[in-house]
Design a protein around this ligand. Structure first.
Ligand code: CTP
Ligand code: ZN
Length: 155
C-alpha cells in the first residue's frame, strides 16, 4: 500500500520577513498594499490556514525583504492582528505584533472629494481613532471628516 503524504512542509526561508496571523479575509489586501504582485522577491502566500488562535489565518513569507515603518503601518491598518517575524540565517531573530499607529501620513487617501489633499499638492494626514465599538477610524487632519475602514483607499 502506498503511503499517503499527510503533511506538506512550507519551506523555511533563510532571510526575510514572515507576516503571520493575518485574519484570513485580509490576506489579499496585505499582499496588495505591499505591492507584492510586482515583486522580484520570492514570496510564499497562504490563506485559510488552520490557526489555533484565529480559526483561519493568512501568512505571507517574503525572502530578503525587511519592511520600513511606513510599510509596517500599512500592514497594521489592514491586518491589526498580524505578527511580523524577522528571519536571519534561518533563525527567528525578532517577532513583533504590529501596532496601530497614532497618525498615518501620506499612505491613505481622504474620501472627501472637497478635501484640500484631493485638490492641492498636500500630503494626507490622519489621526487614528477608535470608536465606542472598538472600530478603528481615520480622522482627516485637514477636513476633519472621519472615515471608517470600508472607505480606506491607499495612495
Ligand atoms: N519561519 C520561516 N523560516 C524560518 C523560520 C521560521 O519561514 N527559517 C516561519 C515559520 O514557518 C512560522 C514563523 O516563521 O510561520 C514563526 O516561526 P516559529 O516561531 O518557529 O513558529 P511557531 O513557534 O509556530 O510560532 P507561533 O506559535 O507564534 O505561530
Ligand atoms: Zn480630508
Amino acid at each position: 500500500m502506498k503511503n499517503k503524504r499527510t503533511e506538506l512542509i512550507v519551506s523555511a526561508i533563510s532571510n526575510g520577513t514572515v507576516i503571520d496571523h493575518i485574519q484570513a479575509g485580509n490576506t489579499f489586501r496585505v499582499f496588495r498594499i505591499l505591492g507584492l504582485e510586482n515583486t522580484d522577491h520570492q514570496v510564499y502566500f497562504g490563506t485559510n490556514l488552520t490557526s489555533s488562535k484565529y480559526g483561519k489565518k493568512g501568512l505571507i513569507k517574503i525572502s530578503d525583504k525587511f519592511f520600513e515603518k511606513e510599510d509596517i503601518n500599512k500592514i497594521a491598518l489592514v491586518a491589526p492582528t498580524a505578527t511580523l517575524i524577522e528571519i536571519r540565517d534561518y533563525e527567528v531573530v525578532k517577532k513583533e505584533l504590529v501596532s496601530t499607529p497614532e497618525t498615518v501620513e501620506n499612505i491613505v487617501k481622504c474620501f472627501n472629494p472637497k478635501c484640500v489633499t484631493n485638490n492641492q499638492k498636500v500630503s494626507t494626514k490622519f489621526k487614528v481613532i477608535t470608536d465606542h465599538k472598538g472600530n478603528m477610524k481615520l480622522s482627516c487632519h485637514y477636513c476633519e471628516k472621519t472615515m471608517d475602514k470600508s472607505h480606506i483607499e491607499f495612495l
